[in-house]
Ligand binder design. Sequence first.
Ligand code: NAI
Ligand code: MG
Length: 365
Amino acid sequence: MSNPSLLILAGDGIGPEVMTEVKRVIDWFGAKRDLAFDVEEDLVGGAAYDKHGTPLHDDTMAKALQVDAVLLGAVGGPKYDALDFSVKPERGLLRLRKEMDLFSNLRPAQCFDALADFSSLKKDIVAGLDIMIVRELTSGVYFGEPRGIFEEGNERVGINTQRYTESEIDRVARSAFELARRRGNKVCSMEKANVMESGILWREVVQKVHDTDYPDVELTHMYADNGAMQLVRAPKQFDVIVTDNLFGDILSDCAAMLTGSLGMLPSASLGAPNADGRPKALYEPVHGSAPDIAGQGKANPIACILSFAMALRYSFDQGDEAARLEAAVEKVLADGVRTADLLGEEGVTPVSTTGMGDAILAALD
Ligand code: NAI
Ligand code: MG
């Protein structure tokens, strides 16, 4: 059997810097755990624009549709700010999401004990936190028609439309229930069924998917505004949260920040199953290209490394190896190794991007 395949798109700014450390981690799994990947690398974002005049070449798109998983660094930067909207670096990422039909966006919020002091919340509220927000990514109010700014009488009106079909709700609900079975077996679905018809349908369909195919998973429903309050009040009550595109955008940012730095946050976006039953998948850190620190060896590679851990778990069925990698990150943090973004304690000298990679590889050994 051939090795599982990975397409690496490092992108711009700190993207290539953090990805260098991920590649060392990938090599480690090949050498020490007999888990080799066929890795191909290509360009995305500004880097692709510089070479091809487009932020995602058709050949790269075709590769992304063929491989088992795509790992992306970050795109964008001031150099490209003046470009026409149609060729902006972000368009490369949007095209990947659209053509891979990545409808399920997974954003974990996990608290590493060593960093619990970083949270804006009290330590005992976040210590041990491990929740997953599943955000619907390809439909809802960001895409619904009609949309636009129109004349109405003697003033203008701005319109966006929240729109969900049953099948769109059905597939993201399934993705949340599948995840829950691999975790704490609990799903909380969030909408505003009290004031929105799309929310009524959302609740109905999620309940039906549950009753039909996932009765073993505990399901609760919550209005999204209450969900926001509960996330800040007592986040540990949740395991998996499933919600629409708009609420998910806000709730996932809120949940992520419960646990601290942008340099720590991974994500996954999953699409429809390939021929072999695995979902199409793209893994990327939540952060951007960080032009303010790019090229200085300061970037924290952990978000990107944890994104690879998510790939191990969700694309390659290597949950144990993912846990091994996460434990190495946990150990390094417990040992007090810090990149500059994680400084807080007095008298700690930050390590470089490579230094953090070295420490994680040593912990893996
Ligand atoms: P950003 O995430 O790049 O940076 C925000 C702040 O966090 C900066 O101070 C940065 O130095 C810091 N930071 C981010 N990642 C870090 C890491 N791994 N280690 C240490 N510090 C880190 O967001 P910003 O500044 O709004 O955007 C910069 C560029 O990135 C823009 O061109 C934007 O369009 C693009 N971007 C790309 C994304 C993507 O590729 N998915 C997501 C967000 C922004
Ligand atoms: Mg957001």
